[in-house]
Design a protein around this ligand. Sequence first.
Ligand code: IPE
Ligand code: IPE
Ligand code: MG
Length: 256
Amino acid sequence: MVKSDLHNPEVSDNDVMPKHVAIIMDGNGRWAQQKGKLRTFGHKAGVDAVRASVRYARTNGIQSLTLFAFSSENWNRPEEEVGVLMDLFSLVLNSEVKRMKKNGVRLKVIGDTSKFDDKLVAKIEKAEALTAENSDLVLNIAANYGGRWDIVNACKSIVADVSDKTISPHEITEELFSKHVSTEGLPELDLLIRTGGEHRISNFLLWQCAYAELYFSQTLWPDFDEAEFDKATACFTSRQRRFGLTGEQVTNESQD
Ligand code: IPE
Ligand code: IPE
Ligand code: MG
């Protein structure tokens, strides 16, 4: 059992499903290596786990699922591995977009897509446009994403609005800032899951993590199925979210 699985059900005031879940899908390489295979075999197997997590989110009333697929730091991996990851991204866009459209899933890619080749960018735009009317689940794929990039990007966009006098500096608030990061318009991040046993954020949703519940699983990403996702949400619902208040205040508030 990982540390985050330990919780006290007696202080549970939070019996609702998370509205917004993000996952750091880690452990593909080790999963493959444990089987004596190349790391890229693990990335391919990871696609099935992506499908399972989307299905879980869709059928359990989660409104938004944000998956970390490729970080801004992952470009530093061996060229061949980066190539396989890009090809896989493109293949999955082709094979899944119709299913997403049919299943009410709206796809969004968050991250600096300007670094991708033109063909991939066109494919991303097409998939986003095709699913734009869907609203059951927003699926954000974080690709060439970095939390610091997201914050800097928001700053640039706010500075541009100040320069052209759309807003004045005193109007810059946390709420306004949230409208300029890549998760704009989505519910606050409730739950951040990381598979693969590491206890770090790896430059994922830094702004958005402020009050997210963190859940770390030893399971390597290709083995993360619906039962594993269920363990994470059960752990979430058993926790008391205090947002700076005392436990008693939260208990009294939830009884009102
Ligand atoms: C996560 O799995 C997938 C990406 C980062 C693209 P890893 O490839 O990091 O797998 P491990 O952590 O080396 O096992
Ligand atoms: C984080 O995993 C990025 C993704 C899951 C896409 P990494 O494997 O790149 O993270 P580190 O290097 O262990 O921090
Ligand atoms: Mg890793």
